[in-house]
Design a protein around this ligand. Structure first.
Ligand code: NAD
Length: 241
C-alpha cells in the first residue's frame, strides 16, 4: 500500500472503531488515503462519533449512521480494544468482563449488525484485530489472551457464514506496536520493550502504520480471494522461539 498509487478504495465506505488513537487512527487515515470515505468511532479523540462500543444497542446505531452518512457500508474494522497487565487475583469479575465486552462481544455485535449493509456491497470486507496473543499466552494477560484467541475463532466462523455473500473476514494479528496501549508497559519495563525489539527479526517495534497498511491491503481487490485467515504483523517475532 504505502508506496503504491493511492485510490485502491475509491468509492468505498468504511467504518472504523477505536479510531481515536493508535492502530485505529492510522487505519482510518490509510483508508482515506486510498480513497475510502471513513466513519470513525471512539470513546475519545477526533472522531465522527463518540460512543462506548459496549453500550446496549450502540453498534446497530453506529453502523446505521455510517451507512447513512456515506451511502452504504463496504468495510468494517472493529479496532477498539483494551489491555492491561493484571495477575489472576487482579482479574476481578469487573475487569475480566470489561475486557471481554470491548475486545470480543462488541466486535461480535458490530459484525452482526453490519451484515445487512455488507450484504448489499459488492466488496464487503471485515478486518478484525487479533494479536500474536492468539498464538501464545502470557502472565498477566488472561482476559486479553482469551479475548484475542476468541476474535480469531469468531473471524473464521464469520468468514464461513458470509463467504456466500462475497464478504471476506480476516484477522490482523499485530505483535508489539508502539501505541498509547503499550506505552505504559514499555515505559515501566524497558526490558520488556528491548525483549520485543530483539525477538523480531526486523529488529524493532511496530508502528501503527505498519498494521494499518496491512488492514487496508486486505480491503482492496488484491485480497478478494483471501478470507478466514489470521495474519501476523509482528516483524517476524512469531518465527522465533
Ligand atoms: N499495540 C499493540 O501492541 C497491539 C498488539 C496487538 C493487538 N492490538 C490491538 O489493536 C487494537 C488497537 O489498539 P492500539 O494499540 O491502537 O490501542 P490504543 O489504546 O491506542 O487505541 C484503542 C482505542 O480504542 C478505544 N476504546 C477502548 N474502549 C472503547 C470502548 N468501550 N468504546 C469505544 N472505543 C473504545 C480507546 O479509546 C482507544 O482510542 C486493539 O484491539 C488492540 O488489542 C494492539
Amino acid at each position: 500500500m504505502g508506496g503504491t498509487a493511492p485510490g485502491g478504495l475509491a468509492g468505498r465506505s468504511a467504518l472504523v472503531t477505536g479510531a481515536g488513537s493508535g492502530i485505529g487512527r492510522a487505519t482510518a487515515a490509510r483508508l482515506r488515503a486510498e480513497g475510502a470515505r471513513v466513519y470513525t468511532v471512539d470513546l475519545q479523540g477526533a472522531v465522527d462519533r463518540h460512543a462506548d462500543v459496549t453500550a446496549p444497542g450502540i453498534n446497530a446505531e453506529i453502523v446505521a449512521e455510517a451507512a447513512a452518512r456515506h451511502g452504504g457500508l463496504d468495510i468494517l474494522v472493529p479496532c477498539a480494544g483494551i489491555s492491561a497487565f493484571h495477575s489472576l487475583e487482579g482479574h476481578d469479575d469487573g475487569y475480566f468482563d470489561q475486557v471481554i465486552a470491548v475486545n470480543l462481544i462488541a466486535v461480535f455485535r458490530i459484525i452482526r449488525d453490519a451484515v445487512p449493509y455488507l450484504r448489499q456491497s459488492r466488496n464487503g470486507r471485515i478486518v478484525a484485530i487479533g494479536s500474536t496473543m492468539a498464538r501464545f499466552g502470557d502472565a498477566g494477560l488472561a482476559a486479553y489472551g482469551a479475548s484475542k484467541h476468541a476474535v480469531l475463532g469468531l473471524t473464521r466462523s464469520v468468514a464461513c457464514e458470509l463467504g456466500p455473500f462475497g464478504i471476506t473476514a480476516n484477522c490482523v494479528q499485530p505483535g508489539a506496536i508502539e501505541t498509547p496501549m503499550t506505552e505504559p508497559a514499555f515505559t515501566a519495563m524497558p526490558e520488556f520493550k528491548a525483549y520485543f525489539e530483539k525477538k523480531a527479526p526486523l529488529g524493532r517495534l511496530g508502528q501503527p502504520e505498519d498494521v494499518a497498511d496491512v488492514i487496508a491491503l486486505l480491503c482492496t481487490d488484491a485480497a478478494r480471494f483471501m478470507t478466514g485467515q489470521g495474519f501476523f504483523v509482528d516483524g517476524g517475532a512469531m518465527t522465533r522461539q
